[in-house]
Design a protein around this ligand. Structure first.
Ligand code: ADP
Length: 304
């Protein structure tokens, strides 16, 4: 499959500081891709470099085969970026902003007007068409940003933390819309701190830390090949005293019991043996694979 975006040995220095340490990977055409990592990992730097907003110190980035520096205009047309913040504009209405943005790409005419109408409707902004951005709530501003990124129907849509600080309803609307775009063949690249969302939506994820890619795989494979799984046990004993072997694997204790992190090579009977040695009696036990959040924490040692 051809690449929607190809990063080749991308390095970015800020003074002496190396924010990207030679990033190379490809995002497949038509895929739903998650770019994850703790704060400071280099995600924004990479996204900004991909969008032509900053120039890498060395290396190259191609969008659908076009170089983001040499073929800037071609790549801008193919890529839509939804940034985190909307810079409020006190003069223009939402519709005017969308028309100006269309003009920037040289797209005018009846069809474009219809597309703007459709975007406004899909993003539940129809009744705000004539509002200026200063009058909008945070969630509405977010929807305007998405409309602006989509005004030129880019093949590759990059969403930087699209659901940060938005309410559950809007999150739902955004995901439905994004999934629909993906189904229509758009490539979606997403950064998010909500790893449950990334797990549900992204076919593939890259986990970055310290300017490097720590892991890159199909989400299902990353979860399946992770060297740990999780076991929740409730004991008959009210105040269970754990052996050292058990205590070293304990993640948390709550009303529903104890959560243990187990190496995959240990079997359930090894685990039951440890419990037996502690003189404890099992009331209930459930085993599951690690979640993306847990894989992320194991790989980076950080909260998402
Ligand atoms: P992320 O988006 O993953 O949180 P960033 O790409 O924003 O990470 O930042 C990566 C690293 O580069 C951080 O250590 C950050 O402090 C540093 N950095 C980002 N922008 C600049 C800048 N303009 N000047 C100096 N350092 C920067």
């Amino acid at each position: 499959m051809s690449a929607a975006v190809k990063f080749d040995q991308v390095v970015k220095h800020y003074g002496d500081f190396e924010a990207l340490k030679g990033i190379s990977f490809e995002v497949e055409e038509g895929s739903f891709f998650g770019l994850l990592g703790p704060n400071g990992a280099g995600k924004s730097t990479l996204i900004n470099a991909m969008s032509g907003l900053l120039t890498p110190t060395s290396g190259s980035i191609q969008v659908q085969g076009f170089d983001v520096i040499d073929d800037y205009r071609e790549t801008r047309r193919r890529l839509g970026l939804v940034p985190q913040e909307l810079i409020s504009d006190p003069f223009f209405s939402i519709r005017e902003l969308l028309e100006l943005q269309s003009g920037y790409y040289g797209i005018r005419g009846k069809e474009q007007k219809q597309w703007i109408d459709e975007l406004l409707e899909r993003l539940a902004l129809t009744d705000k068409t004539h509002a200026i951005t200063n009058q909008l709530s945070g969630g509405m501003k977010r929807r305007v940003l998405i409309a602006m990124a989509l005004v030129h129907k880019p093949r590759v849509l990059v969403l930087d933390e699209p659901t940060a600080g938005v309410d559950v309803d809007l999150r739902h609307t955004l995901w439905e819309f994004t999934k629909e775009l993906h189904q229509k063949g758009h490539t979606i690249i997403l950064t998010t701190h909500y790893l449950e969302e990334a797990e549900a939506l992204c076919e593939k994820v890259a986990i970055m830390q310290g300017g490097e890619v720590k892991a890159l795989d199909r989400t299902a494979d990353l979860l399946a090949t992770h060297p740990f799984r999780y076991i929740r046990v409730s004991f008959e004993e009210k105040n269970a005293v754990l052996s050292e072997a058990l205590a070293s694997r304990l993640v948390e204790t709550d009303a529903s019991g104890h959560l243990f992190k187990m190496e995959n090579e240990l079997s359930m009977s090894d685990m039951l043996g440890m419990i037996h040695q502690s003189g404890l009696h099992v009331k209930d036990v459930r085993s599951r694979d690690a979640t993306l959040e847990e894989v992320f924490m194991d790989l980076t040692g950080a909260q998402a």
